[in-house]
Design a protein around this ligand. Structure first.
Ligand code: HEM
Length: 492
């Protein structure tokens, strides 16, 4: 009998405990579901697409045709508003549009968001470059770069850049009066930007083989992280290893030279020091390491050559299609040339500063054809924006299109009109060069490169587009599909 009572009590106790646990689990599940529902309510509207892949295929299809805004972003803005969610390459992502979004996400770098590149880009550009740094480490590298990429740092470089551009034009566009050639503007301008970085900032020859290595790395930059023989990532990794070997040698040689100079108490004057010299000096002072120097050089070469060459190509495309703008631009350059007393006299920084209309044309061209359409950030905590919650860990994509192509900021936005830039534009509206702590560190060099090139090309050559309707595609950055052939001949 006692056994029976004992058994019954134990059974009851078990049933009671099991029910209690069941009730608790149910309660927690309901609470979690309620919280998730509340969270869901606060999250931006939008479609997450199919598991993992999300809307990646639609995104890439639009990107490849250079119609990301028209085919992907604009229809979603229409359906959900300026802030919407999607899933891209496995990551839940919020796409934000407009000047307020640009201001919020670009200026809150390091506080609420950090820049977020695909794993393949990080491995190929280097884990130790400025793009992977934040806070104080970012500040240290950035101050070294801006010391020689600012207007003051670049002043002494104007004659050197002119020399490289003249040599480039003579070799590629020809030097015999009226000799007609067909050249690929985009491809040759790419090599020119590479030459300017190598010869004016890195004290090295711009070898074709090295350039080819950079091209191979670029092909793998957004590829899947599959390091198997034959894949584009594998080819890119091998090319990156070649580049690294050359750069390590260059950095060590420069270190030896600087240390020898320092031993006898001499050093190059601050204003004549190149980017290489400043990076290596910082390494000697212990501010950065050798790998950081190498990774930053690799990043800078990438940051410079595809962007500037595309900006140059789009400036010429727009000039060819808008002859009245071209006449105004020619007038600006002929005024600068006639003020020169000697034939073939080099441009000065003062001359470059006078090229206001040309810079308006170039900015209007990159407004319509941004070389970098936007970039990804990652939320480091839950973020409240535009009445929504963006959960920690989600990606955020800001794009230049959100303001550049919007009637809210530019009247008749798809019309080419360089006069828009006559007056200063409020911050975070024109964002072809980004904004906030990560605003383009090479803005002044890019500007100088474009202006000097335009001056020497339009004053010395006749030119016309061979394919006026050549499409722009993305691979992985925007480019004219045929490399933008130009018919060129030296002016008599
Ligand atoms: C027309 C030419 C160029 C365009 C349109 C351009 C555009 C941009 C944009 C949009 C960003 C910001 C990316 C982000 O927020 O994630 C950026 C960053 C950067 N750019 Fe440029 N760029 C150009 C030329 C150059 C050149 C010539 C250099 C170097 C010599 C350069 C060096 C950099 C660097 C180092 C950063 C990263 C800055 C940081 O993380 O603090 N860029 N660029």
């Amino acid at each position: 009998m006692a056994d029976y009572i004992n058994f019954a009590v134990t059974g009851l106790l078990h049933t009671f405990l099991a029910s209690l646990i069941g009730i608790l689990v149910l309660f927690m599940l309901r609470k979690h579901r309620r919280k998730a529902r509340a969270y869901e309510k606060l999250m931006p509207p939008g479609e997450m697409g199919i598991p993992w892949i999300g809307e990646t295929l639609d995104f890439y299809r639009a990107l490849q045709k250079n119609r990301l805004f028209e085919d992907f972003i604009a229809p979603r803005i229409k359906a959900h508003g300026k802030t919407f969610k999607t899933r891209l390459m496995g990551s839940p992502t919020v796409i934000v549009n407009g000047a307020e979004a640009n201001r919020f996400f670009l200026s809150n770098e390091f506080k609420l968001v950090v820049s977020s590149w695909p794993a393949s880009s990080v491995q190929l550009m280097g884990k130790n470059s400025i793009m992977e740094k934040s806070g104080e480490q970012h500040r240290v590298v950035r101050s070294i770069l801006t010391s020689c990429l600012s207007n003051k740092g670049l002043e002494g470089l104007v004659p050197k850049i002119c020399k490289v551009v003249k040599d480039h034009l003579e070799k590629n566009w020809g030097d015999k009066p009226q000799e007609e050639r067909i050249i690929s503007l985009y491809k040759t301008a790419k090599f020119l930007s590479f030459r300017i970085m190598c010869e004016c900032q890195l004290e090295m020859e711009a070898e074709e083989e090295l350039f080819e290595c950079f091209e191979k790395v670029l092909e793998g930059i957004f590829s899947p992280l599959v390091n198997l023989p034959g894949t584009s990532f594998w080819r890119a990794k091998r090319a990156r290893a070649e580049i690294e070997k050359i750069l390590v040698k260059l950095v060590r040689q420069k270190r030896k030279v600087i240390e020898e100079e320092q031993a006898v108490g001499g050093a190059a004057a601050e204003e004549t020091r190149t980017l290489l010299s400043r990076l290596v000096s910082a390494m000697i002072r212990g501010e950065i390491t050798e790998v950081e120097v190498v990774d930053n050089i690799v990043l800078l070469i990438f940051a410079a050559h595809d962007t500037s060459s595309f900006a140059i190509a789009m400036t010429f495309k727009m000039l060819a299609q808008h002859q009245s703008c071209y006449s105004l631009l020619l007038q600006e350059h002929s005024n600068i040339s006639t003020n020169k007393t000697k034939e073939g006299e080099d441009l000065t920084m003062e001359d470059v500063m006078k090229m206001n209309y040309t810079w308006q044309v170039a900015r209007e061209s990159v407004r319509l054809f941004p070389p970098i359409f936007g970039s990804f950030r990652r939320a480091t905590s839950d973020i409240e924006f535009d009445g929504f919650t963006i959960p920690q860990g989600w990606k955020v994509l800001w794009t230049a299109y959100g303001t550049h192509f919007s009637e809210d900021y530019f009247k008749d936005p798809m019309k080419f009109d360089p006069n828009r830039f006559e007056e200063p534009i409020s911050p975070y509206i024109f964002v072809a060069f980004g904004g906030g702590p990560r605003v383009c560190a090479g803005y002044q060099l890019a500007k100088m490169n474009i202006l000097i090139f335009v001056h020497l090309a339009v004053t010395n050559y006749n030119w016309s587009l061979v394919q006026p309707n050549e499409p722009i595609v993305m691979d992985p950055l925007p480019l004219p599909s045929q490399g933008m052939p130009l018919r060129v001949s030296p002016k008599v």
